[in-house]
Design a binder for this molecule. Sequence first.
Ligand code: NAD
Ligand code: WQD
Length: 333
Amino acid sequence: MAILVTGGTGYIGSHTVVELLHKNEEVVVVDNFINSSSEVVDKIKKITGKEFKFYEVDILDKEKLQKVFEENHITEVIHFAGLKAVGESVAKPLEYYNNNITGTLVLLQVMREYDCKKIIFSSSATVYGDQGVPKYVETMGRGKTTNPYGTTKAMIEKILEDLYVSDNTWGIVLLRYFNPVGAHESGLIGDNPNGIPNNLMPYVQKVAAGRLPELSIYGNDYPTKDGTGVRDFIHVVDLAKGHINAIEKLEKDKTGVYVYNLGTGIGYSVLDIVNTFEKVNGVKVPYKIAPRRAGDLAELYADPTKAKEELGWVAEKNLEDMCRDSWNFAKTN
Ligand code: NAD
Ligand code: WQD
Protein backbone atom coordinates (compact mmCIF):
# COMPACT_ATOMS: atom_id res chain seq x y z
CA MET A 1 0.00 0.00 0.00
CA ALA A 2 1.80 3.09 -1.22
CA ILE A 3 1.27 6.84 -1.60
CA LEU A 4 2.03 8.12 -5.09
CA VAL A 5 3.63 11.57 -5.20
CA THR A 6 3.57 13.23 -8.63
CA GLY A 7 6.17 15.96 -9.04
CA GLY A 8 7.92 14.50 -6.00
CA THR A 9 11.40 15.77 -6.91
CA GLY A 10 10.19 19.38 -7.14
CA TYR A 11 10.45 21.99 -4.42
CA ILE A 12 7.37 21.23 -2.31
CA GLY A 13 7.12 17.59 -3.42
CA SER A 14 10.64 16.69 -2.24
CA HIS A 15 10.01 18.14 1.22
CA THR A 16 6.72 16.25 1.41
CA VAL A 17 8.37 12.96 0.42
CA VAL A 18 10.87 13.52 3.26
CA GLU A 19 8.01 13.96 5.76
CA LEU A 20 6.17 10.88 4.43
CA LEU A 21 9.32 8.76 4.75
CA HIS A 22 9.86 10.05 8.28
CA LYS A 23 6.35 8.69 8.99
CA ASN A 24 7.44 5.31 7.55
CA GLU A 25 4.96 5.57 4.68
CA GLU A 26 5.65 3.57 1.53
CA VAL A 27 6.22 6.18 -1.18
CA VAL A 28 6.32 6.01 -4.97
CA VAL A 29 7.46 9.13 -6.84
CA VAL A 30 6.94 10.09 -10.47
CA ASP A 31 8.52 13.14 -12.10
CA ASN A 32 9.74 14.01 -15.60
CA PHE A 33 12.39 16.47 -14.31
CA ILE A 34 11.00 19.33 -16.40
CA ASN A 35 11.69 21.57 -13.39
CA SER A 36 13.84 19.44 -11.09
CA SER A 37 16.79 17.08 -11.24
CA SER A 38 17.52 13.41 -10.65
CA GLU A 39 19.98 14.34 -7.87
CA VAL A 40 17.02 15.11 -5.63
CA VAL A 41 16.15 11.40 -5.45
CA ASP A 42 19.46 10.60 -3.74
CA LYS A 43 19.29 13.70 -1.59
CA ILE A 44 15.91 12.62 -0.18
CA LYS A 45 17.37 9.17 0.56
CA LYS A 46 20.37 10.80 2.25
CA ILE A 47 18.18 13.02 4.47
CA THR A 48 15.85 10.21 5.53
CA GLY A 49 18.02 7.10 5.32
CA LYS A 50 14.98 5.48 3.69
CA GLU A 51 14.28 3.99 0.29
CA PHE A 52 11.42 4.73 -2.09
CA LYS A 53 10.58 3.86 -5.67
CA PHE A 54 11.16 6.48 -8.35
CA TYR A 55 9.83 6.50 -11.93
CA GLU A 56 10.89 9.04 -14.56
CA VAL A 57 7.44 9.48 -16.06
CA ASP A 58 5.53 12.32 -17.67
CA ILE A 59 2.01 12.17 -16.25
CA LEU A 60 0.71 12.87 -19.76
CA ASP A 61 2.01 9.41 -20.73
CA LYS A 62 -0.95 7.23 -19.80
CA GLU A 63 0.70 3.89 -20.52
CA LYS A 64 3.71 4.61 -18.34
CA LEU A 65 1.46 5.88 -15.57
CA GLN A 66 -0.65 2.72 -15.81
CA LYS A 67 2.52 0.69 -15.38
CA VAL A 68 3.25 2.54 -12.13
CA PHE A 69 -0.21 1.60 -10.84
CA GLU A 70 0.22 -1.95 -12.17
CA GLU A 71 3.48 -2.44 -10.27
CA ASN A 72 2.41 -0.79 -7.02
CA HIS A 73 -0.69 -0.85 -4.85
CA ILE A 74 -1.35 2.90 -4.79
CA THR A 75 -3.99 3.92 -2.24
CA GLU A 76 -3.57 7.73 -2.27
CA VAL A 77 -2.05 10.31 -4.60
CA ILE A 78 -0.48 13.64 -3.68
CA HIS A 79 -0.48 15.58 -6.93
CA PHE A 80 2.22 18.26 -7.24
CA ALA A 81 3.21 17.76 -10.89
CA GLY A 82 2.56 20.93 -12.85
CA LEU A 83 4.13 24.00 -14.36
CA LYS A 84 4.03 27.00 -12.03
CA ALA A 85 5.64 30.13 -13.48
CA VAL A 86 3.02 32.87 -13.73
CA GLY A 87 4.78 34.97 -16.40
CA GLU A 88 5.67 31.95 -18.53
CA SER A 89 2.05 30.81 -18.42
CA VAL A 90 0.99 34.09 -20.05
CA ALA A 91 3.50 33.49 -22.86
CA LYS A 92 2.77 29.75 -23.20
CA PRO A 93 -0.89 29.18 -22.32
CA LEU A 94 -1.28 26.04 -24.45
CA GLU A 95 1.70 24.37 -22.79
CA TYR A 96 0.34 25.27 -19.35
CA TYR A 97 -3.22 24.11 -20.03
CA ASN A 98 -1.94 20.92 -21.63
CA ASN A 99 0.54 20.01 -18.92
CA ASN A 100 -1.53 20.99 -15.89
CA ILE A 101 -5.08 20.20 -17.05
CA THR A 102 -4.51 17.26 -19.41
CA GLY A 103 -1.87 15.85 -17.06
CA THR A 104 -4.39 15.90 -14.21
CA LEU A 105 -7.12 14.35 -16.39
CA VAL A 106 -4.82 11.49 -17.41
CA LEU A 107 -3.85 10.93 -13.79
CA LEU A 108 -7.50 10.88 -12.65
CA GLN A 109 -8.46 8.43 -15.41
CA VAL A 110 -5.67 6.06 -14.41
CA MET A 111 -6.56 6.41 -10.72
CA ARG A 112 -10.19 5.52 -11.48
CA GLU A 113 -9.09 2.55 -13.59
CA TYR A 114 -7.12 1.18 -10.62
CA ASP A 115 -9.85 2.08 -8.11
CA CYS A 116 -7.58 4.55 -6.32
CA LYS A 117 -9.91 7.41 -5.34
CA LYS A 118 -8.05 9.52 -2.81
CA ILE A 119 -6.20 12.60 -4.00
CA ILE A 120 -4.59 15.66 -2.45
CA PHE A 121 -4.17 18.48 -4.94
CA SER A 122 -1.67 21.37 -4.82
CA SER A 123 -3.88 24.38 -5.30
CA SER A 124 -2.98 27.97 -4.67
CA ALA A 125 -4.21 31.12 -2.96
CA THR A 126 -4.25 32.55 -6.46
CA VAL A 127 -7.67 30.90 -7.04
CA TYR A 128 -9.24 33.48 -4.69
CA GLY A 129 -8.38 36.32 -7.07
CA ASP A 130 -8.97 39.77 -5.64
CA GLN A 131 -11.52 39.49 -2.83
CA GLY A 132 -11.25 43.16 -1.81
CA VAL A 133 -10.04 42.21 1.69
CA PRO A 134 -6.58 40.86 2.57
CA LYS A 135 -7.57 37.88 4.72
CA TYR A 136 -8.64 34.89 2.65
CA VAL A 137 -10.97 32.29 4.11
CA GLU A 138 -12.24 29.11 2.44
CA THR A 139 -15.88 30.26 2.57
CA MET A 140 -15.02 32.88 -0.08
CA GLY A 141 -15.66 31.59 -3.58
CA ARG A 142 -13.02 31.25 -6.23
CA GLY A 143 -12.41 34.66 -7.76
CA LYS A 144 -11.25 35.87 -11.13
CA THR A 145 -7.80 34.48 -11.95
CA THR A 146 -5.36 36.79 -13.70
CA ASN A 147 -3.11 34.40 -15.65
CA PRO A 148 -3.30 30.94 -17.30
CA TYR A 149 -1.34 29.32 -14.45
CA GLY A 150 -3.90 30.48 -11.90
CA THR A 151 -6.73 29.47 -14.21
CA THR A 152 -5.38 25.90 -14.39
CA LYS A 153 -5.53 25.72 -10.59
CA ALA A 154 -9.13 27.00 -10.49
CA MET A 155 -10.15 24.65 -13.32
CA ILE A 156 -8.59 21.59 -11.68
CA GLU A 157 -10.38 22.41 -8.41
CA LYS A 158 -13.65 22.51 -10.38
CA ILE A 159 -12.84 19.27 -12.24
CA LEU A 160 -12.24 17.53 -8.92
CA GLU A 161 -15.49 18.89 -7.47
CA ASP A 162 -17.39 17.67 -10.54
CA LEU A 163 -15.72 14.27 -10.26
CA TYR A 164 -16.97 13.96 -6.70
CA VAL A 165 -20.52 14.91 -7.76
CA SER A 166 -20.42 12.08 -10.31
CA ASP A 167 -18.96 9.54 -7.86
CA ASN A 168 -19.09 10.26 -4.16
CA THR A 169 -16.68 7.46 -3.30
CA TRP A 170 -13.80 9.85 -4.05
CA GLY A 171 -11.91 11.56 -1.23
CA ILE A 172 -10.42 14.88 -2.38
CA VAL A 173 -8.41 17.51 -0.52
CA LEU A 174 -7.66 20.84 -2.18
CA LEU A 175 -4.77 22.55 -0.40
CA ARG A 176 -4.42 26.23 -1.19
CA TYR A 177 -0.81 27.21 -0.52
CA PHE A 178 0.12 30.80 0.19
CA ASN A 179 3.80 31.77 -0.40
CA PRO A 180 6.12 28.82 0.26
CA VAL A 181 9.71 29.76 1.10
CA GLY A 182 12.62 28.25 3.06
CA ALA A 183 14.28 24.89 2.65
CA HIS A 184 15.05 21.69 4.50
CA GLU A 185 17.42 22.39 7.40
CA SER A 186 19.97 19.95 5.92
CA GLY A 187 20.52 22.42 3.06
CA LEU A 188 20.25 19.50 0.62
CA ILE A 189 16.88 20.35 -0.94
CA GLY A 190 15.18 23.68 -1.58
CA ASP A 191 13.82 25.99 -4.26
CA ASN A 192 16.24 26.13 -7.18
CA PRO A 193 14.54 27.77 -10.16
CA ASN A 194 16.41 27.89 -13.47
CA GLY A 195 17.44 31.33 -14.77
CA ILE A 196 16.30 34.60 -13.25
CA PRO A 197 13.77 33.89 -10.49
CA ASN A 198 10.25 35.33 -10.56
CA ASN A 199 9.50 34.82 -6.89
CA LEU A 200 10.82 37.04 -4.14
CA MET A 201 12.83 34.66 -1.93
CA PRO A 202 14.84 32.94 -4.70
CA TYR A 203 15.64 36.41 -6.05
CA VAL A 204 16.78 37.62 -2.62
CA GLN A 205 18.97 34.51 -2.32
CA LYS A 206 20.71 35.21 -5.64
CA VAL A 207 21.28 38.87 -4.76
CA ALA A 208 22.73 37.92 -1.36
CA ALA A 209 25.02 35.42 -3.12
CA GLY A 210 26.24 38.17 -5.48
CA ARG A 211 24.86 36.40 -8.54
CA LEU A 212 22.41 39.21 -9.28
CA PRO A 213 23.29 42.86 -8.55
CA GLU A 214 20.17 44.04 -6.73
CA LEU A 215 16.58 43.26 -5.92
CA SER A 216 13.83 45.34 -7.53
CA ILE A 217 11.08 45.94 -4.99
CA TYR A 218 7.91 46.20 -7.02
CA GLY A 219 6.21 49.23 -5.52
CA ASN A 220 6.53 51.04 -2.18
CA ASP A 221 3.30 53.01 -2.44
CA TYR A 222 0.81 50.27 -1.56
CA PRO A 223 -1.59 50.95 1.31
CA THR A 224 0.39 48.58 3.58
CA LYS A 225 2.42 49.18 6.76
CA ASP A 226 5.60 50.17 4.85
CA GLY A 227 4.22 50.60 1.33
CA THR A 228 5.59 47.30 -0.02
CA GLY A 229 3.51 44.23 -0.86
CA VAL A 230 2.41 41.96 1.97
CA ARG A 231 2.17 38.14 1.67
CA ASP A 232 1.72 35.08 3.84
CA PHE A 233 5.15 33.43 3.62
CA ILE A 234 5.13 29.87 4.88
CA HIS A 235 8.09 27.56 5.54
CA VAL A 236 8.09 24.68 3.05
CA VAL A 237 8.61 22.12 5.82
CA ASP A 238 5.44 23.32 7.59
CA LEU A 239 3.66 23.13 4.24
CA ALA A 240 4.96 19.60 3.62
CA LYS A 241 3.70 18.51 7.04
CA GLY A 242 0.24 19.78 6.12
CA HIS A 243 0.07 17.00 3.52
CA ILE A 244 0.56 14.37 6.22
CA ASN A 245 -2.45 15.82 8.06
CA ALA A 246 -4.42 15.79 4.80
CA ILE A 247 -3.58 12.11 4.24
CA GLU A 248 -4.75 11.35 7.78
CA LYS A 249 -7.99 13.23 7.08
CA LEU A 250 -8.66 11.08 3.99
CA GLU A 251 -7.80 7.90 5.88
CA LYS A 252 -10.30 8.88 8.60
CA ASP A 253 -13.16 10.45 6.65
CA LYS A 254 -12.58 8.53 3.42
CA THR A 255 -14.82 10.53 1.04
CA GLY A 256 -15.79 14.13 0.30
CA VAL A 257 -14.21 17.30 -1.06
CA TYR A 258 -12.29 19.37 1.50
CA VAL A 259 -10.62 22.73 0.94
CA TYR A 260 -7.91 24.16 3.22
CA ASN A 261 -5.71 27.22 3.26
CA LEU A 262 -2.12 26.40 4.18
CA GLY A 263 -0.61 29.63 5.46
CA THR A 264 0.60 31.10 8.75
CA GLY A 265 -2.12 33.74 8.96
CA ILE A 266 0.58 36.43 9.27
CA GLY A 267 1.32 38.97 6.56
CA TYR A 268 4.93 40.09 6.12
CA SER A 269 6.04 42.80 3.71
CA VAL A 270 8.74 42.62 1.06
CA LEU A 271 10.87 44.91 3.26
CA ASP A 272 10.31 42.59 6.25
CA ILE A 273 11.80 39.80 4.15
CA VAL A 274 14.80 41.86 3.08
CA ASN A 275 15.50 43.16 6.59
CA THR A 276 15.08 39.78 8.30
CA PHE A 277 17.19 38.03 5.66
CA GLU A 278 20.01 40.53 6.21
CA LYS A 279 19.75 40.34 10.00
CA VAL A 280 19.67 36.56 10.54
CA ASN A 281 22.23 35.75 7.85
CA GLY A 282 24.63 38.68 8.25
CA VAL A 283 24.53 39.44 4.52
CA LYS A 284 23.57 42.44 2.40
CA VAL A 285 20.62 42.47 0.02
CA PRO A 286 20.95 45.65 -2.07
CA TYR A 287 17.65 46.82 -3.52
CA LYS A 288 16.00 49.56 -5.51
CA ILE A 289 12.37 50.61 -5.64
CA ALA A 290 10.83 49.74 -9.00
CA PRO A 291 7.31 50.25 -10.41
CA ARG A 292 4.51 47.96 -9.27
CA ARG A 293 4.36 44.58 -11.06
CA ALA A 294 1.21 44.08 -13.18
CA GLY A 295 -1.31 41.78 -11.52
CA ASP A 296 0.09 42.08 -7.98
CA LEU A 297 -2.26 42.66 -5.06
CA ALA A 298 -1.23 44.94 -2.18
CA GLU A 299 -1.81 42.51 0.65
CA LEU A 300 -3.00 38.97 1.15
CA TYR A 301 -2.73 36.34 3.86
CA ALA A 302 -4.53 33.22 4.96
CA ASP A 303 -7.12 32.59 7.57
CA PRO A 304 -5.67 29.18 8.58
CA THR A 305 -8.37 28.40 11.19
CA LYS A 306 -10.06 25.64 9.21
CA ALA A 307 -6.84 23.66 8.75
CA LYS A 308 -6.19 24.00 12.47
CA GLU A 309 -9.67 22.86 13.49
CA GLU A 310 -10.20 20.07 10.96
CA LEU A 311 -6.67 18.87 10.21
CA GLY A 312 -4.99 19.74 13.50
CA TRP A 313 -2.30 21.54 11.48
CA VAL A 314 -0.59 24.84 12.27
CA ALA A 315 2.57 26.37 10.82
CA GLU A 316 5.31 26.32 13.45
CA LYS A 317 8.29 28.04 11.84
CA ASN A 318 8.79 31.81 11.86
CA LEU A 319 10.22 34.36 9.44
CA GLU A 320 13.73 33.98 10.88
CA ASP A 321 13.62 30.21 10.22
CA MET A 322 12.42 30.83 6.65
CA CYS A 323 15.23 33.32 5.90
CA ARG A 324 17.94 31.27 7.62
CA ASP A 325 17.02 28.00 5.89
CA SER A 326 16.65 29.69 2.49
CA TRP A 327 20.18 31.09 2.78
CA ASN A 328 21.61 27.83 4.11
CA PHE A 329 20.32 26.09 0.97
CA ALA A 330 21.38 28.89 -1.41
CA LYS A 331 24.93 29.04 -0.01
CA THR A 332 25.59 25.40 -0.78
CA ASN A 333 23.74 25.18 -4.09
P1 NAD B 1 8.23 22.57 -8.82
O1 NAD B 1 8.27 23.02 -10.23
O2 NAD B 1 9.47 22.65 -8.02
O3 NAD B 1 7.70 21.07 -8.74
C1 NAD B 1 6.81 20.52 -9.70
C2 NAD B 1 7.41 19.20 -10.15
O4 NAD B 1 6.53 18.61 -11.11
C3 NAD B 1 8.77 19.37 -10.85
O5 NAD B 1 9.70 18.47 -10.27
C4 NAD B 1 8.49 19.04 -12.31
O6 NAD B 1 9.61 18.45 -12.92
C5 NAD B 1 7.30 18.11 -12.19
N1 NAD B 1 6.42 18.06 -13.36
C6 NAD B 1 5.85 19.10 -14.02
N2 NAD B 1 5.10 18.63 -15.04
C7 NAD B 1 5.18 17.27 -15.01
C8 NAD B 1 4.63 16.23 -15.80
N3 NAD B 1 3.85 16.49 -16.85
N4 NAD B 1 4.92 14.95 -15.47
C9 NAD B 1 5.72 14.66 -14.42
N5 NAD B 1 6.27 15.60 -13.63
C10 NAD B 1 6.01 16.91 -13.93
O7 NAD B 1 7.05 23.37 -8.12
P2 NAD B 1 6.64 23.45 -6.58
O8 NAD B 1 6.91 24.82 -6.11
O9 NAD B 1 7.18 22.30 -5.84
O10 NAD B 1 5.07 23.31 -6.73
C11 NAD B 1 4.42 22.07 -6.60
C12 NAD B 1 2.94 22.26 -6.87
O11 NAD B 1 2.42 23.23 -5.97
C13 NAD B 1 2.65 22.79 -8.27
O12 NAD B 1 1.48 22.18 -8.76
C14 NAD B 1 2.44 24.27 -8.06
O13 NAD B 1 1.61 24.83 -9.03
C15 NAD B 1 1.78 24.26 -6.69
N6 NAD B 1 1.96 25.54 -5.98
C16 NAD B 1 3.21 26.05 -5.82
C17 NAD B 1 3.37 27.27 -5.16
C18 NAD B 1 4.73 27.91 -5.02
O14 NAD B 1 4.80 29.12 -4.82
N7 NAD B 1 5.83 27.16 -5.10
C19 NAD B 1 2.25 27.92 -4.64
C20 NAD B 1 0.99 27.36 -4.80
C21 NAD B 1 0.86 26.15 -5.48
C1 WQD C 1 5.81 38.28 -3.45
C2 WQD C 1 5.93 39.78 -3.23
C3 WQD C 1 5.99 41.06 -5.27
C4 WQD C 1 9.83 39.56 -6.72
C5 WQD C 1 3.26 33.89 -6.67
C6 WQD C 1 2.16 33.37 -7.54
C7 WQD C 1 1.18 32.58 -6.71
C8 WQD C 1 1.88 31.49 -5.92
C9 WQD C 1 3.05 32.03 -5.15
C10 WQD C 1 1.84 29.47 -7.17
C11 WQD C 1 5.03 40.61 -4.17
C12 WQD C 1 7.29 41.20 -4.53
C13 WQD C 1 8.69 39.79 -5.96
C14 WQD C 1 10.77 40.60 -6.89
C15 WQD C 1 9.42 42.01 -5.49
N1 WQD C 1 2.44 30.49 -6.77
N2 WQD C 1 8.49 40.98 -5.35
N3 WQD C 1 10.52 41.78 -6.26
O1 WQD C 1 3.27 37.03 -6.57
O2 WQD C 1 2.66 36.65 -4.14
O3 WQD C 1 2.71 34.74 -5.67
O4 WQD C 1 3.92 32.77 -6.03
O5 WQD C 1 0.70 29.17 -7.02
O6 WQD C 1 0.25 32.05 -7.61
O7 WQD C 1 1.51 34.47 -8.15
O8 WQD C 1 4.85 35.78 -5.02
O9 WQD C 1 7.26 35.79 -4.59
O10 WQD C 1 6.41 36.58 -6.84
O11 WQD C 1 5.99 37.99 -4.84
O12 WQD C 1 9.24 43.10 -4.95
O13 WQD C 1 11.80 40.46 -7.59
O14 WQD C 1 7.28 40.17 -3.55
O15 WQD C 1 5.64 42.27 -5.88
O16 WQD C 1 4.59 41.71 -3.44
P1 WQD C 1 3.31 36.18 -5.38
P2 WQD C 1 6.19 36.49 -5.38
